[in-house]
Structure formats: structure tokens, C-alpha cells
Design a binder for this molecule. Structure first.
Ligand code: ZN
Length: 412
């Protein structure tokens, strides 16, 4: 964040020396063994160089221009950034776990309505085409010829087949591998009735394979954006105190992370709300993607960091987030009679409250403004802001799950 008061270089040096001197005296009393530590002691706000001055209501416990190894190790010691690092690092691990959970545990529910009709369609289909589908799923089955035997095996495994719609793609492939023998050597050995019955069975069995599950990429894009933002922020809080150069790079990374989180948060609601309206789907997705890329590009410019751009910066991020109101209202107009539309909007309102409260706390610097110096280590506004960001993103994750289920079950 932009420095509010810039000290001259000499003044900063003098104050830093004074602060270190004070700590040095104290430590000197504790013995020579502590001498190595005093160089990297924590300093007060007034001892900081201009680029590290951000919040004058936090008085003490600053790290100042420490070497990188000490900066990295400081993740495990107490200073005024410790909780800023950990609130978002823990948030990152929460979202990493949610991503793994979503990829492995959330079922790819198949559109049951369309499934009902598919066997009829396939019944009249060419058996060779079905065979081609199966072979493409199971490369170990180059020939489907011993049909009588195959049919028996399919029948015997039929009970487990009935649960197919709720099974994931991998479960289905596993079932297929188990129930189909690997050796089919002879052709032209079957009667017409066996062939017909065989077609029905295969049609029922592979139907879920032929219906594509609803795309997952918008949901994973959001999870990726959230993880990038949280990790970038955590790294920024840990490393920025090292040097002016690193602080400069880290702040840009932090801004890019915020823009990425806001932009990718649009993907699941827009994609799943408007997947049956490609024009609006593409319009909203293009709009937010272009705005996100432009914000990231703009935030990389040196001028973006100047104090006079603080308001423009805030407006840009706020405008990106607030523009989400348009697709949400549009969704309500189109699907006002569907419970999922209201359910997801409820989550989106809650998310808006978390982010809005976070922005308010961030901007007003409450509570440390009321009792300067009393919240240096724990409880200051930036930590509250971090927790509210994680809460907002977690709420959005739950909205995403509702969208996925909605589209999986209903299609367009
Ligand atoms: Zn932060």
C-alpha cells in the first residue's frame, strides 16, 4: 500500500540507527551471545524508510530490510506481519484442499432426463459405432466378437450397472474393465437376437459415457484464481520488508492476484447461468476477462503505485467486483422461478457482504485507528480484511457447487 509519509533517506537512517541502538543496548545487557540477533531486531514505525511506511496506527514490531534467509524464517516468528502471512497462507491451503476435493470427490452427475431417451436412440445405432466407442474407452478391447459370452457377463454385472448415473467416469471405466473379458478372437458367431439384446445392454451401459458432463473449467478457473491471490498476498506480506526492489515486485504480484481473484470469480456464475444463452455468456466472460487483464497490465506500470493513484486503484478493483451485480440481476430475471437461482444469489449476496465489509475495514483501518499501537501484533484491520476475503471466497465456492449440481441435473 502507498506510503502516507515519506521520510528523507537521512532521517530514516538516523531513526533506524536510533531504534537499533535502543534494542542493541537492551540486548547488550543480555549477553554477547545475543549480538548476532540484534542486527535483525524489530523496529518502530518512525524508523522505517518511506517505502515501508503504510499504516501509522501500527507502531512497533516492524522488520526492516532483513536479508532473505531471515525474512523467510520470519514466517515462524512474531512480528506485525506474521498473522497477515498466515491468514492467507492457511486460506491458500484451504483452497488447495477444496480443489483436490472437487476434482476427486464431487461426482460428475449425468443428465438423467436425457439418459432416459438415449438407449432408444442407440438401439437403432450401428453396432460398429458402439464398438468403436467402447474401444476408444478401453484400448485393451480391440475386438468385440465373442458376443454371447460378453452378453452373459454383462447380464451378471447388471445390478451394479443400475447405479451408473451417479458414478464418475472413472468408476464406469473400472466397471467396464471388470465386466468385459479381454479375449475376443472369433467373429461372425452370433445370432440376430443376441446381437439386438447385446446392443440394448451396451446402449444402457455406455449411455453415460456418451453424454458429456457439464464443463468444470469455470469452477477450476475460480479455484485457481483464489489460490493464486492468496499465495501472492501471503508471499507479499512475508517478503516485502526485504528491500525496496522486492517490495515493488511483490506489491504488483499482490494487485495481480486481487484482479485474478475478482475476474475468475465471475466465471462459474456467468458460465453456468448463461450456458444456454451463448451470446450473454460470451459477452460477460469476455468483458470480465478483458477488464481483468487490463487491470493486471495497468497494475504492473510503475505509475500505478503512486499515492495519487490510490483512489483509481481502489475504484478499478471496486468497479470490477461491483460489475458482478449485472449478470446476477440478469440471472434472476431469466430464472426467477428456479430455486437454484435464488439459492446461488443468496450466497452471492453473502459473499458481497464479506468483501464489502473487508473493503470497509481495509479503507478505514479500524480498529487500530481507535487505539494506535494496541493492535500491532494481532487484531489490526489488515488481518480482519484477510479473513473476510477468505470467507467471501469460501462462500463463493459453495455457490459454485450449487451451480454445478443445477446444471448437471437440468442441462440447459
Ligand atoms: Zn494483504
Amino acid at each position: 500500500m502507498a506510503p502516507t509519509a515519506v521520510a528523507t533517506a537521512e532521517e530514516a537512517e538516523r531513526l533506524a540507527a536510533a531504534a537499533w541502538g535502543e534494542e542493541g543496548e537492551e540486548e547488550g545487557k543480555r549477553g554477547a551471545g545475543m549480538k548476532r540477533r540484534k542486527r535483525y531486531g524489530l523496529v518502530e514505525y518512525r524508523a522505517l524508510p518511506g517505502y515501508l511506511r503504510d499504516n501509522e496506527y501500527i507502531h512497533r514490531h516492524y522488520r526492516c530490510e532483513w536479508p532473505l534467509p531471515q525474512v523467510l524464517l520470519s514466517a515462524f516468528s512474531i512480528h506485525n506481519e506474521t498473522l497477515n502471512v498466515w491468514t492467507h497462507l492457511i486460506g491458500f491451503f484451504i483452497f488447495l484442499a477444496l480443489t483436490i476435493y472437487t476434482a476427486t470427490q464431487v461426482p460428475n452427475v449425468v443428465d438423467i432426463q436425457s439418459l432416459k431417451h438415449l438407449p432408444d436412440v442407440l438401439r437403432n445405432a450401428d453396432i460398429h459405432k458402439i464398438q468403436a466407442e467402447l474401444v476408444s474407452c478401453l484400448p485393451s478391447l480391440p475386438h468385440l466378437s465373442d458376443l454371447e459370452k460378453l452378453k452373459d457377463e454383462l447380464k451378471s454385472s447388471w445390478n451394479s450397472m443400475e447405479v451408473l448415473p451417479s458414478l464418475s467416469r472413472w468408476h464406469l471405466l473400472e466397471l467396464l474393465s471388470n465386466c468385459l473379458p479381454h479375449r475376443f478372437t472369433h467373429t461372425n458367431e452370433t445370432s440376430l437376437s443376441v446381437l439386438q439384446s447385446m446392443k440394448d445392454d451396451i446402449a444402457n451401459m455406455i449411455a453415460p459415457e456418451l453424454i458429456r458432463p457439464i464443463a468444470r473449467w469455470p469452477f477450476f478457473a475460480f479455484l485457481g484464481g483464489a489460490m493464486f491471490c492468496l499465495l501472492a498476498s501471503s508471499t507479499c506480506h512475508l517478503l516485502s520488508c526485504h528491500s525496496r526492489r522486492l517490495a515493488y515486485i511483490m506489491l504488483r504480484l499482490d494487485y495481480a492476484g486481487i484482479a485474478a481473484l475478482i475476474a475468475t470469480s465471475f466465471y462459474p456464475p456467468v458460465y453456468y447461468s448463461f450456458m444456454c444463452y451463448p451470446f450473454f455468456c460470451n459477452l460477460y466472460l469476455s468483458f470480465i476477462t478483458i477488464l481483468g487483464v487490463a487491470t493486471i497490465a495497468f497494475s504492473l506500470l510503475p505509475v500505478f503505485q503512486n499515492p495519487e493513484f490510490r483512489t483509481i486503484r481502489a475504484c478499478l478493483f471496486f468497479g470490477m467486483g461491483a460489475s458482478g451485480v449485472i449478470p446476477v440481476l440478469h440471472k434472476l430475471v431469466l430464472f426467477w422461478h428456479q430455486p437454484e437461482a435464488l439459492h446461488t444469489t443468496g450466497y452471492e449476496v453473502l459473499m458481497g457482504l464479506f468483501y464489502g465489509l473487508g473493503a470497509l475495514v481495509y479503507a478505514t483501518r479500524v480498529p487500530e485507528r481507535w487505539m494506535p499501537g494496541k493492535f500491532d501484533i494481532a487484531g489490526h484491520s489488515h488481518q480482519l480484511f484477510h479473513i473476510l476475503v477468505v470467507a467471501g471466497a469460501y462462500t463463493h465456492y459453495h455457490a459454485g457447487l450449487v451451480y454445478l449440481k443445477w446444471r448437471d441435473l437440468q442441462g440447459c
